[in-house]
Design a binder for this molecule. Structure first.
Ligand code: UDP
Length: 452
């Protein structure tokens, strides 16, 4: 079913890279199905409208200035958005309706699961609402399990049980739960419980595919009473576009062009996690000694000394020569699709995860916090397309870095993992083709929106 052009959707992304990207991809997909798209966004990390000439953009005054977000204040910043943005969004939409007289034509508000205040706004305006979950189904299962784990006395987590398997969530161990190493775990549990509630929303959209999380999606279905639509990986359904908060450095593509097929290990930790200077030094030597070509994203917005790589001893430069390329921010999807890339050392954010498996690139999984730990376990233990790195990057780990890179890139073990990654890529391609599971789910979603 194709929507008529007067059908409008309001999309409300959570203003972080890993959340903005899938929401804009969803907008592009639904626009291609005939909907008019308005993106209501915070001032903080606002998207670039010039990249999306077909969308309307509506700024929600977020009342928060000079935000510097890290894993330490992530939870409180998200909670604050849910307080400060509610009335401004309500007023902005009311105003929009008055000016355009279009209330009856707003089909739905689609909001990121962490922007849960939107449910109240939708109810106030008597518009249906739908949730977009930008993380994995496996991660959502851990949210769903929290009340049970509290009831059975497992939460608060105890140091002594961190390596034990979580009942009914194997292969996850307690240390893999998204809230296990958070300084503000009470705050996170509170946020998770809010994000997990479906309130009065009519459906949930997932940026995942059945072939990636069949069991987890089936299990989730038992806990929800509203339909859900796994329509991912969405980045494979839209033309490439740039909606990055940081500027992409394309010099790495011409560097990749000079490398042999599947020889390069790409290293990136996404937009929030970062290595401190000591870890960077360990990583640098591990990469140098691995003898593999490497492309490394070292973000200078993370507070580290911009020249940390340049300050390494001359012997580093002598060892690496032209074999290494570092950038502040890479065109990641293009990088992962490049023939020269043979492995991805990743923090396992969900977008990086699906971008990598969609290109058949096997991974070294170094998770930091939140859902990354669940994804790392899923990639290594369930899908078999990654090796989990659980060591700390402390002095003396250089040898381990070198060994794990060679395990993935050179050894027999790596060949088996690469083969599985290739098979998974093929399954993903089938799922987004006409008649595939994600493509059919998308058609169901469009029908759902039009009939709500
Ligand atoms: N990304 C990028 N260039 C980089 C690093 C990351 O374009 O140098 C993109 C990546 O393609 C992904 C997003 O940033 O779409 C990161 O999202 P993810 O969920 O993996 O991690 P987060 O940043 O939310 O921790």
């Amino acid at each position: 079913m194709e929507a008529q052009r007067q059908n409008r959707l309001i999309l409300v992304p959570c203003p972080f890279q890993g959340h903005i990207t899938p929401m804009l991809q969803l907008g592009t997909i639904l626009h291609s199905k005939g909907f008019v798209i308005t993106v209501a966004h915070t001032k903080f990390n606002s998207p670039n409208p010039s990249q999306y000439p077909d969308f309307n953009f509506l700024e929600i005054p977020d009342g928060l200035s000079d935000l510097n977000v890290s894993s330490k204040n992530f939870v409180s910043v998200l909670s604050d958005f849910n307080i400060t943005c509610k009335i401004p969004l309500q007023e902005a939409l009311t105003q929009m309706v008055k000016t355009d007289g279009h209330l009856e034509k707003i089909n739905s508000i689609i909001y990121d699961e962490y922007m849960y205040f939107c449910n109240d706004v939708a109810n106030h305006l008597q518009i249906p609402s739908i949730i977009l979950s930008t993380s994995s189904a496996a991660n959502m299962l851990t949210y769903q399990a929290i009340p049970r784990l509290v009831k059975d006395g497992y939460i608060p987590l105890k140091e002594t049980m961190l390596l034990d398997p979580v009942p009914e969530l194997q292969p996850l161990r307690f240390k893999d739960l998204p809230f296990s190493n958070f300084t503000d775990s009470d705050g996170l549990l509170q946020l998770i419980s809010e994000a997990h509630k479906t309130r009065t929303s009519s459906a949930i959209i997932w940026n995942t595919a059945k072939c990636l999380e069949q069991t987890q999606l089936a299990q989730l279905g038992q806990g929800y009473h509203i339909p859900f639509f796994p329509i991912g990986p969405m980045h494979k359904m839209v033309p490439p576009s740039c909606n990055n908060v940081l500027e992409e450095d394309h010099k790495c593509i011409s560097w990749l062009d000079k490398q042999t097929d599947k020889s390069v290990i790409y290293v990136s930790l996404g937009s929030i996690a970062f290595m401190d200077e000591k870890e960077i030094v360990e990583m640098a030597w591990g990469l140098a000694n691995s003898k593999q070509p490497f492309l490394w994203v070292v973000r200078t917005d993370s507070g580290i000394d911009e020249d940390v790589i340049k300050k390494l001893p001359e012997s580093f430069e002598e060892t690496v020569g032209e074999r290494g390329c570092t950038v502040n921010w890479a065109p990641q999807k293009e990088v992962l699709a490049h023939r020269a890339v043979g492995g991805f050392w990743s923090h396992c954010g969900w977008n990086s995860t699906i971008e990598s498996v969609s290109e058949g690139v096997p991974m070294i999984c170094q998770s930091y916090f939140g859902d990354q730990k669940v994804n790392a376990r899923h990639l290594s233990q369930v899908l078999g397309v990654g090796i989990q790195w659980e060591n700390k990057l402390e002095r003396g780990e250089v040898v381990q870095v070198e060994i794990v890179i060679r395990r993935l890139m050179v050894d027999e073990e790596g060949k088996v993992i690469r083969h599985k990654a290739k098979e998974l890529k093929e399954k993903i391609e089938l799922s987004i083709r006409q008649g595939g599971s994600s493509s059919s789910s998308l058609n169901d979603l469009v029908n759902h929106i039009l009939l709500s």
